[in-house]
Design a protein around this ligand. Sequence first.
Ligand SMILES: Cc1cc2nc3c(=O)[nH]c(=O)nc-3n(C[C@H](O)[C@H](O)[C@H](O)COP(=O)(O)O)c2cc1C
Length: 229
Amino acid sequence: MKDFELMLAPMENHTGPEFREVCYRKGADSTFTEMARISALSRNNKSTVEKIQIVRSVPTYIQLIGSNEKELEKFLDNFTPQKGFVGFNLNLGCPSPDMIQSGLGCALIKRISKVTKLVKVIQDHQYPVSIKLRLGMNAFEKKKKVYLTLIKEVNADFFIVHARHGKETYHDPADFTVYQECVNTGKVIIANGDIKTKDQIDYLKSIGVRGAMIGRVAIKNPDVFNELK
Ligand SMILES: Cc1cc2nc3c(=O)[nH]c(=O)nc-3n(C[C@H](O)[C@H](O)[C@H](O)COP(=O)(O)O)c2cc1C
């Protein structure tokens, strides 16, 4: 990883291989696949397997969503990395009611032992693993700082903190005040949510954040990566 890494966020229906390549050519240091369900990958579901394909060696993290270690094992036993693969990322941020009802996405933030097991399965297969999380499932969990407990307790390579809780929409501003305490854990922290200016990047660098993940702004303007450099 660079001293400060600019990442293209995973965005369903927007960040397929072609768009990831465009952003990489325009200065994104790394990119993420759209979330792929572990259960579907373990069954070798064709459209899900397509989601995790990497083209022309673009540096890409494969994002997984799920909670079943057996299925994860089965998928990884048969996984062969393509050129450009730089690691797995676990989705602990999806706020959709279906995912939460199944105990997935941001419902996993407080399930430290489950997340620890998933991380260990990936590490036992010798692959890098990071986590993308929100601040909790709702305002109550944010207040209890479940995100901080997860960052402290789980041994992942880096943590992408989308600075909203699961009940907040994109109309609610991302909360930039949480990053300092996340950095103070000593873990590698990447900031995400509403990042679009050089001043924001300078602030994040000044407090020890190690990267910024850019989502919606990049859809409208993929040049944003070079502009922020
Ligand atoms: C259309 C859309 C699809 C998204 N799909 C995913 C996804 O598959 N996995 C994920 O972790 N986050 C997903 N996100 C969240 C983004 O990765 C990112 O966390 C969010 O947009 C905040 O960053 P931004 O303010 O720079 O857009 C999605 C967001 C949008 C708008």
